[in-house]
Write a protein that binds this ligand. Sequence first.
Ligand SMILES: Cc1ncc(COP(=O)(O)O)c(C=O)c1O
Length: 463
Amino acid sequence: MDGTFNENDISHVVDADKAHIWHHLSQHKPYETTDPRIIVEGRGMKVWDQKGKEHLDAVSGGVWTVNVGYGRESIANAVRDQLIKLNYFAGSAGSIPGALFAERLIEKMPGMSRVYYCNSGSEANEKAFKMVRQISHAKFGGKKYKILYRDRDYHGTTIGALSAGGQDERNAQYGPFAPGFVRVPHCLEYRAFEQDGAPVENYGLWAADQIEATILREGPETVGALCLEPVTAGGGVITPPDGYWERVQEICAKYEVLLHIDEVVCGIGRTGTWFGYQHYGVKPDMVTMAKGVASGYAAIACLVTTEDVFDKFKDKAEDPLNYFRDISTFGGCTAGPAAALENMRIIEDENLLDNTTRMGAYMFDKLSELADRHPVIGQVRGKGLFLGAELVSDRESRQPVPEKQAQAVVADCMAQGVIIGVTNRSLPGKNNTLCFSPALIAGTDDIDHIVSAVDGALGRVFA
Ligand SMILES: Cc1ncc(COP(=O)(O)O)c(C=O)c1O
């Protein structure tokens, strides 16, 4: 740390925090007797808290965001220069970084062509849902309005996004939700045995066929879109089974259902390709992204569509309602695309996609070795630097460990100065997957350090 805060300053900050901050995802009762953690500084893969304690961050800012690591002066400078030139103008006008980042982004997304800026993953998904509804009104007499979403997927925190939320514990107490959202089953092969009728072979095809069955049950003329994460994140780091995506694509084409891929976590390199869907040869109609787009150096989210989707909003220019009548005030902030341009340059110049693929494979192997020694690890899964380890109290029955035990592993790692994650109050009885998403700059030393902390923690918690 550079000592910017002396002890008196920081104790004032802690007091101010305790008096006034309502922390995200937190029960505050414990803060009546203990201090909340305040993260003061970050460099590379490391952060320091108010006590000067160093932590190795294996979750990129807690929620898979800081893809290029902390302390990037070149991003700060790009943002600073842009803010002095022009900080903001509403998105009904263009901006220099907005146009240039859109051009660079589209180069990475063959088949896609239009970028709509906003400022959070939830908001980008809401925009996509609104487009589906407007297309339904404009082209299908308002009938093709339903949006399918998948069990265990998450698309954001707003009531609209929670209406497409496949995590019942996360949704609990926030209903009633918006109508017109319909759930399809998850595709987690490890838990296929819990799904009625799931076969041992060709599970991927079976899981995708459940989507077709849902469309037929609802009536294809009522289903406008299917919204899926390429690899489910907070629902348990679920990589799709073989054959799944190919079949999903066929089904969407067959029933004229728009395919909306939520790349809020996977987008911009997390899995070793620019986008998660690019592993599976999928051709989406709409793609949403947020977290890693500017690695958290500025708030930015994008909804990217094909030209075909875009055309539907300008093909009857004489109709006063025939355009996307939506705005996001802060979607006009120029700091976002300025940071995103520099973030993308860093990923390219430092070959971080390649590093992600290599280090992801290394970490997968290291976690698998841990599984050889710790029977509590039921399965290791993931892609690139986006990995999960599902903890079970019995490998035979695959009984999930209680959430408290999974959280105890996280707390033990934290005490060792390593920040890892866990599925968190998302799925009743199934918050048992440890999550790892180190920055894409991670090296073998960082990964060894993370895995050794988990090794020690598992040994102590499950002694
Ligand atoms: C897959 C996915 N989609 C959407 C969101 C919502 O993004 P935000 O928190 O930026 O609204 C998240 C957040 O964790 C996410 O994991």
